[in-house]
Design a binder for this molecule. Sequence first.
Ligand code: FAD
Ligand code: ZN
Length: 474
Amino acid sequence: MKPSSAPSDLIPRFQAALGARHVLSEPADQAPYLAEPRDLWHGKAAAVLRPGSVDEVATVLQIAAETQTPVVPQGGNTGLVGGQTPDGTGREVVLSLERLNRIRDLDRQGNTMLAEAGVILADAQRAADDADRLFPLSLAAEGSCRIGGNLATNAGGTAMLAYGNARDMVLGLEVVLADGRVWNGLRALRKDNTGYDLKHLFIGSEGTLGIITAAVLKLFPKPRERVTAFIGVPHPAAALALFDTARAQAGSQVTTCELIARIGLDFVLRHGADTRDPLTEPHPYYVLLELSSPLSDAGLRAVMERILMGAHDSGVAADAVLAESLAQQAQFWRLRELLPEVQSPEGGSIKHDVSVPLARIPDFIARASEAALRVVPGCRPLPFGHIGDGNVHFNVSQPEGADAAQFLARWEDMAAAVHEVALKLGGSISAEHGIGRLKRPLMEQIKDPVELGLMRDLKQMLDPQGLLNPGKLI
Ligand code: FAD
Ligand code: ZN
């Protein structure tokens, strides 16, 4: 049984542990932590806690365990499924990791970086760059999301194709458990076959099994040559054929292959400052294709030209332009990176993050578009995303001039229709954003019962009181 209100000495105990200034209880101070930027999710909190060390995190969890206080971990608050937001009861505390923001170590020879959970992703990238290395995790929220959040959600992003998702970039973890014990798993070993690989339990667990406080991250050689092309294609199948050709000719040098539907580019050109269409004619779809290599004389330009020439001759690519400068490269990337934000000026948008086996992408886009239009006639599907990973962000904008609230009220029906298509094609309803609050009701439907049972057993073992991010994921 959980007490219905917080014990009266709760706040003083947190204040004694962290210092009064790091226990936020005023509404104005709490506000930025209680809603996410799109304001789809918001809640209340007994306090927002900002510990400054691993020991302080451990103390917070001990107090929480003793007082049966639910804890909602939060990193950069950029998550898209409501996982980092407290519920409406006011009983939960938000545990912000933002003050744990040190890079404790960077080992150039070992190609590792030991970063705390609160390090902003862009700062981790910069630290690697300063050491002449690459930390490849990259997503449009990188200026505010934090390493702990990236690992807790097993983030994907635009470099997944070449480097894997967040999970693949981790060698070791430090985790504070629900009872306040600290697991020091900060090993920097590439090979270590000494039993269960526990770090992978916590990565992707969305704060429901433990609090990640630090991680040993893998670094990679820095790319010395990078060639970027913006390519107009007639349909998604052509984009896929282009990817196939690129992989056949450039192998692991293909580091990005992103798909953009024309309506996405229209939105970007309409709402994004200083943007222009790189191609002279409009095309139904576009591919942002990038090759990179740690060699400065890899001759990637010639490789890219060969790929594009072949694609043009076989009718796969209608038109293409190669970035001639770093500035133009950045312009092409901006067209892709602006996509998440240019949908809001167009009104309500219902978002889906699905993956399907690569070959089914064209089928998925066609069938999901039909399904969406059946749910809300006149709606505007905007498929984009990491086509090389089989990951489509199938976002649907409201019909022009429609009422946003009325459109958003159809979220569940729309999601059910789109998810049904993805599942029928052997796909997943969450490729990279996670489950959080948004998709938790779907877990029964999508998970094998044995798998779900094992997940519940693990949760029970690691968090027997159910205090870590309750109501999320499981
Ligand atoms: P938060 O939002 O603060 O938290 C996310 C989840 O992790 C919550 O459940 C929270 O409780 C938990 N959590 C946070 N920190 C910890 C911790 N230290 N220990 C335990 N649990 C913790 N995601 C992708 O995968 N790929 C993309 O390409 C991508 N693009 C995006 C673009 C935009 C514009 C935006 C706004 C978001 C995008 N996202 C993307 C989603 C989001 O940025 C990622 O999920 C990111 O990894 C979340 O990091 P965060 O620090 O903001 O975590
Ligand atoms: Zn994405």
